[in-house]
Write a protein that binds this ligand. Structure first.
Ligand SMILES: Cc1ncc(COP(=O)(O)O)c(C=O)c1O
Length: 394
């Protein structure tokens, strides 16, 4: 197949990266093997030395994982992808590959709770300092940068409040200061947003989310240049070993094949639910980039090709109001995962963002009465029926 002839993302997600074996299989094969055999001692030495190409050991070379990596790299428009065991190990691998003791990083305050804990508690033990800034305020990014700042990290849209930042603007700022711009593209996937095209240096994913899409396997990915991802990050993975399993890579290859249709349908339902919630008298605020009331609606329209399927909203005035709402839900799953075809409901302040210091949580705008919906593929009318029954009827 002449891949250069075909430009569409859905085609890329279905057709890229599969090198058919002599068995002529149509679906990608799974290479469940830890190691590979060599014809003789000389070949083994040459492959180990990198003089001859070949598989060595599945911590760092596995054909199924490589098929997944090639496909996702092509979709994100990057030279190289490195797959990892989880989204968190993808973020850790970027840090281990690109940072050293004495470096400083600037991080958005609006990110997944565990990522905050990684930066604020674990990396500090190794002499890497973090400054947290407000995602949408470019000036605060600018003033946080120091001589030893090496990397800027953010999610756009952010988890759970769906705040956005102008990637092009931040990429310019990062490069003027010799920093890498790293973007967690979990909420959009390459179907809705391609940060590398907008100037970002590295994209990370929790593949566990939309790319799997059916809540089965844990995985992560890092996409960027051959120089940074192919050398520095891959170098860490090869030695540190936070490797994606071949079985999971196969599941994710299958997930990529349906990603485009899933995410578009999920976006459509999310828009309907956000509009329905916005007019509900018991809802105080809805956070969804597709709503014209969202402060960065215009930026979302210009930077993304869809608004995503995460809708956050505030109900009542307290944690108890939010918990009562959750406890009246009948069908929607009460779980912390997102990106699944099953709609999920989460109370961020006591779950995904529960380990962040309360003052930081409040600063990031995550109130006790905030709920996060990840809209799946059920009939939207049935989702509205379930949500309607969860509102207080007194
Ligand atoms: C935006 C975002 N990034 C990273 C992660 C971490 O991914 P994983 O759970 O696959 O380690 C999550 C998990 O919820 C997430 O929501």
């Amino acid at each position: 197949m002449d891949a250069k002839k075909y430009k569409g993302l859905a085609t890329t997600a279905i057709r890229t990266g599969h090198h058919r074996t002599p068995e002529n299989e149509h679906s990608d094969p799974i290479f469940l093997t830890s190691s590979y055999v060599f014809e003789n001692a000389e070949t083994a030495a040459a492959v180990f030395a990198g003089d001859t190409p070949g598989n060595i050991y599945s911590r760092f070379t596995n054909p199924t994982v490589q098929s997944f990596e090639k496909r996702l790299a092509a979709m994100e428009g990057g030279e190289r992808c490195v797959a990892t065991a989880s989204g968190m190990s993808a973020i850790l691998s970027v840090c281990m590959g690109c940072l050293k003791s004495g470096d400083h990083i600037v991080v958005s305050q609006s990110i997944f709770g565990t990522t905050t804990v990684l930066f604020n508690q674990h990396l500090t033990k190794f002499g890497i300092e973090t400054t947290t800034v407000e995602l949408t305020d470019i000036e605060s990014w600018q003033s946080a940068i120091r001589d030893n700042t090496r990397l800027l990290f953010l999610e756009t849209p952010s988890n759970p409040l769906t705040e956005l930042v102008d990637i092009k603007q931040l990429a310019e700022l990062a490069h003027d200061n010799d920093c890498l711009l790293v973007i967690d593209n979990c909420f959009c996937t390459p179907i809705l947003q391609r940060p590398l095209e907008l100037g970002a240096d590295i994209v990370v994913h929790s593949v566990t989310k939309y790319i799997d899409g059916q809540g089965r396997c844990m995985g992560g990915a890092i996409i960027g240049s051959e120089e940074i991802v192919g050398k520095d990050v891959y170098g860490f993975l090869r030695t540190g070993g936070p490797t994606m399993s071949a079985f999971n890579a196969w599941v994710f290859i299958k997930g990529l094949e349906t990603l485009s249709v899933r995410i578009r349908a999920q976006c459509e339902s999310a828009m309907k639910i956000a509009q329905w919630l916005e007019q509900h008298e018991q809802v105080n605020h809805v956070y969804y980039p597709g709503l014209t009331s969202h402060p960065q609606h215009e930026l979302a329209t210009q930077q993304q090709t869809g608004y995503g399927a995460i809708v956050a909203f505030e109900v009542g005035n307290s944690k108890q109001d939010a918990w009562d709402f959750i406890n009246r839900i009948d069908m929607i799953s009460i779980t912390a995962n997102l990106g699944d075809v099953k709609t999920t409901l989460t109370h961020p302040a006591s779950t995904t963002h529960g380990k962040i210091a309360p003052e930081l949580r409040v600063k990031a705008g995550i109130q006790e009465n905030l709920l996060r919906l990840s809209i799946g593929l059920e009939d939207v009318e049935d989702l509205i029926t379930d949500l309607s029954c969860a509102f207080n009827v007194d």
